[in-house]
Design a protein. Structure first.
Ligand SMILES: C[S@@+](CC[C@H](N)C(=O)[O-])C[C@H]1O[C@@H](n2cnc3c(N)ncnc32)[C@H](O)[C@@H]1O
Length: 262
């Protein structure tokens, strides 16, 4: 029996609300609306982020990657990562992972893939990388390249929880030719609104660890950045499609990048 805590907002459910989904509760909508008063483009940011995930996944599959480890998956929202990857490469193997019980409750929708491909879900916290590695190993061959996808996840993991070290630990298990994909919110473009948002979320029990461009870039130390490097997410390979209405209405306050392990 999955226990859903409806007494405080949860990032997965707020994100679902921004995306127009149905798997959220009044407490998530109330906090979501407060975020909108600070920046009415938050739903656009959510869609831009989702489109970044689609484009980066497609790019990776088109560049031969057949294995994906996606941590901080979120509530299923079509197309999910495995659908994007398996559309290019029907034999792609995908392991999803999230720590929110609501994602576990809906994980069935994540597991409907192609006959050739394999999709699996792990309930785990990114702060326990060893459990993730152990679980993912049952599905993924760590002797072949894996794309480690941390999309809109790390801004919920503060430095005090060892965000950089966690990413390093996960990457250390992956062979050369593997990739790291990260998108992340930042206060660089809207410092005042971001400070208020961070405080409001903290008061509601949600930790938001916004990072500057320089702090974001550190996740890619030792990796070869794929062109165009660190960019605001909608400018990462826009030629791969999926423009989101409103995305050019000022800079979307986030960063996205893909790096290759040499
Ligand atoms: C904003 S959503 C992003 C969903 C999806 N990756 C996307 O970008 O469309 C962030 C997700 O990270 C998950 N999350 C937050 N902290 C986590 C942690 N410590 N371990 C695993 N997942 C976490 C949340 O439950 C939520 O589903």
């Amino acid at each position: 029996m999955v226990e859903i805590d409806t007494g405080k907002p949860h990032p997965a459910r707020m994100y679902d609300w921004y995306l127009g989904g149905k798997d959220n509760y009044p407490v998530d909508e109330v906090m979501g609306r407060q975020m909108l008063t600070l920046d009415p483009r938050v739903p656009v940011m959510a869609r831009v982020n989702r489109a970044f995930m689609h484009r980066s996944t497609r790019w990776l599959a088109e560049h031969g990657v057949r294995q994906f480890l996606d941590i901080g998956t979120g509530i299923p929202t079509e197309p999910n990562l495995h659908q994007v990857a398996q559309r290019v490469a029907p034999d792609a193997r995908v392991v999803y992972c999230d720590n929110d019980p609501i994602v576990l409750a809906h994980a069935g929708a994540l597991l409907r893939g192609t006959d050739e491909g394999v999709t699996e879900y792990l309930q785990a916290d990114v702060r326990d990388p060893d459990a993730i590695i152990e679980g993912a190993r049952k599905i993924l061959d760590f002797g072949r390249p894996v794309a480690l996808s941390l999309v809109a996840l790390l801004h919920f993991v503060p430095d005090g929880d060892g965000a950089l070290e966690l990413v390093g630990r996960l990457l250390s298990e992956l062979p050369a030719g593997s990739y790291l994909v990260v998108s992340h919110a930042t206060a660089d473009f809207t410092p005042e609104e971001s400070a208020v948002a961070t405080e409001k979320l903290k008061a509601a029990g949600v930790t938001l660890a916004l990072r500057s461009r320089e702090e974001f870039s550190r996740f890619f130390d030792g990796l070869e950045l794929v062109e165009p490097g660190v960019e605001v997410p909608h400018r990462w390979h826009p030629e791969l499609g999926e423009p989101v209405p409103g995305q050019d209405d000022g800079v979307i306050p986030g960063y996205g990048a893909v790096g290759r392990k040499p």
